[in-house]
Design a protein around this ligand. Structure first.
Ligand code: PLP
Length: 491
């Protein structure tokens, strides 16, 4: 034996005892299934004990602690202290709930561990299949481009990157924005998501170039104000490039008049991007689909599957009507990425040519799995169910003299507050903030909050396949109980 081999015996990260690993694996799976099956019996969320923070700020391990030890610590410190979004009574922000089979598909994807940057292998074709299904379900042409990304923030970034390059009118990839004499301007409503602003900033356009257009009383963009803003910018020598519509605003679920925005964009020669993070998926319900009329006319469309398709994090998607434009924005040549006609480096679509990332995980598998397992009709029914639940909550709010609804409910978001006669604005805000914190800290339910027309609102966004109507009835009861208690026990 070569003496070098004794000094550096070869090792790998595979198990040394596969049977032991098999037993641990089955235990993990059983524990997770038990956990998910009994979610409803636990509090939604609980304040994090100090012991957890301590357990999760230990020194760097140099020697093995072993998989069993790592799992036991997971079971002790992490599993019992969830965000709560898997619970039936979680409705904060717009957060998806995940699925059992999504968890299993994630395991399969991680086991196979392909890289979806490119090359010829089945996983790449799974992504192509999923994108083809997305186009079909949202009314996009089959030859359109697209890519799966981590979420709608990234999908918006990709869509706006294509918009910027395609409408700049010069070779933006080569020149950048350094020599651009006129500023490129973009348009979105004041209710557009913060990720739009982030994307505009990251693309070097500057936050000020994003013109924030006012909304009507239903929180939809005011198209006349949009037209005036475009005209004003042109008159001032700026170069309008893109209109961004929102299908389902985060605050209230409002849907901009997408047909109107498509028409304005076409007339003005602007790129039309739609942020449909959760709202776009309402198209899966035949009853809700008419709300989204005009969405299929977008040059690019961003949406999430970890919100209203209930899949585990992370997965979002952007579709781009002109696949070549998407490729023109991102494709780069490199010697080490040379394609061949045969062999591993063949393959028609290298997804690294269609987005900013080279190495990409197999997030497509959980989407493929879910669509095959449930079918699009069932997913559409669940989305519709959430909208019906939101309407049910809105009716309960409207029927209670001590509750006040603060926005229309076009989709799955309900904003409301507790209020008794004679309470001033400040008191009402304070009471509602305290109601929210007590609901969360007691583990009863997890709405979040927002501010609408200067009024603090409890906000319920239902992208949760586990929610039942009785959960919302419970929320109303608890809100009334806490509100009355905080108002001094009267009422
Ligand atoms: C959630 C959301 C986003 C951001 O999506 P992520 O998946 O969190 O990156 C963008 N736009 C809207 C309207 C959203 O609701």
């Amino acid at each position: 034996m070569n003496p070098r081999d004794e000094k550096f015996p070869e090792e790998s990260l595979d198990p040394t005892d596969w049977e032991e690993t098999r037993a641990l694996s089955h235990r993990m799976l059983d524990d997770m299934l038990d956990y998910l099956r009994t979610l409803r019996e636990r509090p939604v969320w609980q304040p994090l004990p100090d012991a957890v923070r301590e357990a999760l700020s230990r020194p760097l391990p140099l020697e093995p602690e072993g998989a069993t030890q790592a799992y036991e610590e997971f079971a002790r410190w992490i599993l019992p202290h969830p965000m709560g979004n898997i619970h039936p009574r979680f409705w904060a922000w717009v957060i998806g709930s995940g699925t059992v089979s999504g968890m299993l598909a994630e395991m399969l994807a991680a086991g196979l561990n392909p890289n979806l940057g490119g090359a010829e292998h089945a996983a790449n074709h799974v992504e192509a299949q999923v994108l083809a299904w997305c186009k079909a379900m949202l009314g996009y042409p089959a030859q359109a481009g697209g890519i799966l990304v981590s979420g709608a923030s990234m999908a918006n970034l990709v869509g706006l990157a294509v918009a910027r390059g395609e409408r700049a009118g010069f070779d933006l990839r080569r020149l950048g924005l350094q020599q651009q004499p006129r500023s490129l301007t973009l348009y979105a409503s004041v209710e557009a998501h913060s990720s739009i602003r982030k994307a505009v900033e990251l693309l070097g356009l500057g936050g000020d170039s994003l013109r924030r257009i006012p909304v009507d009383e239903e929180f939809r963009i005011d198209p006349a104000a949009l037209e005036r803003a475009i005209a004003k910018d042109r008159a001032a020598g700026h170069q309008p490039v893109c209109v961004i519509g929102t299908a389902g605003t985060t605050n209230t679920g409002a849907i901009d008049d997408l047909s109107r925005l498509a028409a304005i964009s076409a007339r003005e020669g602007l790129w039309f991007h739609v942020d449909g993070a959760f709202g776009a998926l309402a198209a899966l319900s035949p009853d809700l689909r008419p709300l989204l009329e005009g969405m299929e006319g977008a040059d690019s469309l961003a949406f999430d599957m970890h919100k209203w398709m209930y899949l585990p994090y992370e997965v979002g998607c952007v579709l781009v009507r002109d696949a070549e434009a998407q490729r023109r924005t991102f494709a780069v040549e490199a010697d080490y990425l040379t394609r061949h006609r045969r062999g591993l480096a063949a393959g028609t679509t290298w997804y690294s040519d269609y987005g900013p990332e080279l190495s990409r995980g197999f997030r497509a598998l959980k989407v493929w799995f879910a669509i095959k397992e449930h079918g699009i009709r069932k997913l559409g029914r669940l989305i519709r169910q959430n909208v019906e639940q939101a309407r049910h909550l809105a009716r309960l709010v409207d029927a209670s003299p001590e509750l006040e609804r603060l926005a229309p409910v076009p989709l799955n978001v309900v904003c409301f507050r507790f209020r008794q006669p004679g309470q001033d604005a400040r008191t009402v805000d304070d009471i509602n903030r305290e109601i929210l914190l007590r609901l969360q800290e007691s583990g009863a339910a997890a709405p979040s909050s927002t501010t609408l027309n200067n009024r603090y609102a409890l906000r319920v966004a239902i992208t949760n396949h586990r929610t039942r109507r009785e959960d919302l009835e419970f929320l109303v009861e608890q809100t009334l109980r806490l509100g009355r208690e905080l108002s001094g026990g009267n009422g």
